[in-house]
Design a protein. Structure first.
Length: 131
């Protein structure tokens, strides 16, 4: 259960509805997910976060599927079940297969393991990697 109530569209003030309308238009959906409904309790955070997501997740040097898969990887490492599920759904819409997800999570697991070993052993970075 969320720590704050969900702000439903019908109960939202105009500034929140404007962001909700933009979310639905950009994502081509007819509903607002619970993440946005919770942070709508603080409209400035809702607007700032949505504006940032639109900017960061827009096509650029990285394609949308790659960005969604990176989001899944970071969410898995941070233990955010909500974000894992949300961005897995988004990545699937972009064409991610079960095989791609399994391989991605294998890489995430391996990276977390070797990161912990390198940190735990306080391994000095090779000079060749610094350039």
């Amino acid at each position: 259960m969320a720590t704050l109530n969900l702000v439903e569209y019908d109960d939202a003030p105009d500034e929140v509805r404007a962001v909700y309308d933009d979310i639905m238009a950009v994502r081509e959906v007819d509903w607002i997910n619970n993440f946005w409904k919770v942070i709508a309790n603080h409209p400035p955070t809702l607007k700032r976060t949505w504006d940032s997501i639109k900017q960061v997740m827009a096509p650029g040097a990285l394609d949308p599927l790659t960005k969604e898969m990176i989001y899944i990887a970071v969410s898995a490492t941070n233990g955010c079940e909500y974000c894992i599920r949300s961005h897995t759904a988004a990545a699937r819409k972009q064409g991610m297969t079960d095989e791609m997800l399994a391989e991605l999570l294998a890489v995430v697991g391996m990276a977390n393991e070797t990161n912990s070993l390198a940190d735990g052993f306080d391994v000095e970075t090779d000079e060749i990697f610094k350039s």
